[in-house]
Design a protein around this ligand. Structure first.
Ligand SMILES: Nc1ncnc2c1ncn2[C@@H]1O[C@H](COP(=O)(O)OS(=O)(=O)O)[C@@H](OP(=O)(O)O)[C@H]1O
Length: 260
């Protein structure tokens, strides 16, 4: 896959000057590489383009002094040609991470909240996203605040979070936050933590049910005081309990329950 992407990016960068606005008509042939130019002109263009990087560098350095670095990254990714962005990207990331490495750390409400669905790979998602240098996952991972402590003040939720730098994104995931219509918990989250992006992972329902059965069975057998679904030996026993429980959670669909 990567083997296919890199030659494409190389060809693309070499032959086109892309103004990074996402529209096809903005992609223009780059005059620096067209055949009719003499070698001298190409050399002059090369010097000119290097000078352009210096200007961008100095502009970005000036701007860092006044504004949060994050807005500079947005500028750097939207204004210059994509080749300039690719050249500057490692430095931008290093600066962004370093600028958040201050001694001033504060607790932050999550900016990413995984709400489920249980048994659809929510741990795998966390595993993939955790190495990101700006994502800080809360220590216990699952806060269970909105399902178990929703009567408490939001300051208690904040108290559960790690202390982080200004550019960091705190994440927690509690698959039990996913609720079937009328979506009470996601709505509650949106009300109390409006800045948070809610991540919902879905998977094939039959696979999910079987995974849930194995999970519940294992918990029941490992922990005898497990208060989940009642004792069951087979998936048929499980479905007898699970299906009525799920169908009672559904309400008829209407406008008032679909406004999330
Ligand atoms: N990448 C990816 N994509 C899809 N599914 C994946 C992935 N990685 C793990 N899995 C399977 O997800 C199941 C565990 O889901 P969760 O991590 O959400 O479980 S939990 O709700 O936190 O207990 C569990 O399913 P079962 O093995 O069938 O039980 C995992 O195998």
């Amino acid at each position: 896959m990567l083997g296919a992407v890199f030659p494409f990016l190389y060809y693309f960068n070499k032959n086109y000057d892309v103004t990074f606005r996402g529209k096809l008509q903005d992609i223009k042939p780059d005059s620096r590489f067209t055949k009719e130019l003499s070698d001298d002109t190409r050399a002059a263009n090369h010097v000119e383009s290097n000078a352009k990087y210096d200007v961008i560098d100095s502009q970005m350095q000036d701007e860092h002094a006044e504004k949060p670095i994050i807005s500079d990254v947005t500028k750097a990714t939207t204004k210059p040609a994509i080749s300039e962005y690719l050249l500057n990207r490692p430095r931008l990331w290093a600066e962004l991470v370093a600028s958040g490495n201050t001694s001033v750390k504060r607790k932050q409400l999550p900016r990413l909240i995984g709400i489920g669905v249980e048994k659809c790979g929510t741990h795998a998602f966390l595993h993939f996203i955790k190495p990101h240098p700006l994502i800080k996952v809360m220590h216990n991972i699952e806060a269970h605040f909105f399902d178990e402590r929703s009567n408490q003040p939001i300051s208690n939720y904040l108290a559960m979070m790690p202390e982080v730098g200004p550019n960091d994104f705190v994440m927690e995931k509690t698959p039990a936050y996913f609720s079937f219509p009328p979506y009470q918990i996601p709505r509650l989250i949106k009300t109390h933590v409006p800045q948070a992006k809610i991540v919902l992972i879905l998977c094939e329902p039959a696979k999910r049910v079987y995974s849930d059965f194995v999970h519940e069975w294992a918990w029941h057998n490992i922990s005898h005081n497990w208060s989940g679904i009642d004792k069951f030996a087979t998936i048929q026993d499980y479905l007898k309990v699970y299906l009525p429980k799920m169908s009672s959670a559904f309400l008829p669909y209407n406008e008032s329950t679909s406004s999330l």
